[in-house]
Design a protein around this ligand. Structure first.
Ligand code: FMN
Length: 278
């Protein structure tokens, strides 16, 4: 197996799952290549690693769910894969216990199109990354040890599948688990549109020391210093700039978010148990 574990993980949950996958593959005697698509500090090294992907590779590819979708760096990466692949894929998403949206289905659709049929998939509830300021965020404590165990089991089953004479794939329809009307309304919302709905950031010029931290940690490479931070169009709204600013110089009004997200989670009522598709 020529295995790659590729992910984007602004707040760390998707990376955690990717590491469990990588560790399990290593225990199975594989030498997976780990690629962090949002490691903008090492963009050149990331590009080199991506070039190692062959058409017959097995791609474990993970994204957080943002506004119902996989994040743009992940979808853009799949889009750039050479077509006519003869490999396989295992998409996985982490979601903040509101709704896993249509991310897995969108990733799977594109992976099939690129010639990397899906042979396993997973949706994993995780701590909601917009709720770091609240004492009881949705998805608190997830993924936990039981989740890690299930992920490892999935990897072992995928490896066993690959040893079989004919490899069984996961039908796309299985990743399309939202009711049609819900799917269609989710498809209409983009990260761009979500930008208007989420708290607006403000740079507190009295506090900002014009250090490079926010631009260095931005997973989308969207921040320039002029000399204060300016947020560009590629911003994916992870709020890492605000969360990780050492001077607390980026502010946004998050207080209404807790009740709003919890209400939405109640409306969707999605089961937060880890779900594996095989
Ligand atoms: C801008 C934004 C939008 C999000 N949208 C959703 C969503 O639609 N549904 C959901 O359950 N969680 C949502 N989340 C929470 C993340 O999907 C979840 O916390 C994920 O595990 C984060 O992955 P990471 O830790 O790898 O960055 C969103 C988070 C952010 C920052």
């Amino acid at each position: 197996m020529n295995a790659f574990v590729i992910y984007c993980s602004p707040a760390g949950s998707t990376q955690h799952v990717a590491e469990v996958i990588g560790k399990t593959l290593t225990e199975l005697g594989q030498a997976p290549v780990m690629i962090d698509l949002c490691d903008t500090k090492n963009a050149a090294a990331v590009k080199t690693r991506i070039k190692e992907i062959r058409q017959d590779s097995v791609l474990f590819i993970g994204s957080p769910v943002y506004a119902f979708h996989a994040v743009p760096p992940v979808m853009e990466f799949i889009e750039r894969l050479p077509g006519n692949g003869h490999g396989y894929s295992v998409p996985f998403v982490t979601w903040g216990a509101v709704t896993s949206g249509i991310a897995l289905h969108e990733m799977g659709t594109l992976l099939y199109k690129k010639g990397f049929p899906v042979i396993g998939a997973a949706k994993i509830a995780a701590v909601h990354s917009l709720m770091w300021q609240f004492s009881h965020p949705l998805g608190e404590g997830r993924p936990d040890a039981a989740d890690d165990h299930k992920v490892a089991e999935m990897v072992k089953k995928v490896a066993a599948k690959l040893k079989a004479q004919s490899v069984s794939t996961v039908p796309l329809a299985e990743l399309n688990y939202q009711p049609e009307d819900v799917y269609n309304s989710m498809a209409k919302l983009s990260i761009k549109a979500a930008r208007q709905m989420l708290p607006q950031r403000q740079v507190l010029k009295d506090a900002c020391i014009k250090c490079p931290v926010c631009s260095e940690i931005c997973p989308a490479g969207a921040i320039t210093l002029d000399p204060y931070p300016c947020f560009g169009e590629t911003c994916i709204l992870c709020y890492n700039c605000m969360r990780l600013c050492p001077e607390k110089a980026i502010a946004a009004e998050f207080s209404p978010m807790e009740a709003w997200l919890k209400e939405k989670a109640g409306e969707f009522g999605e089961d937060t148990q880890l779900k594996i598709f095989l």
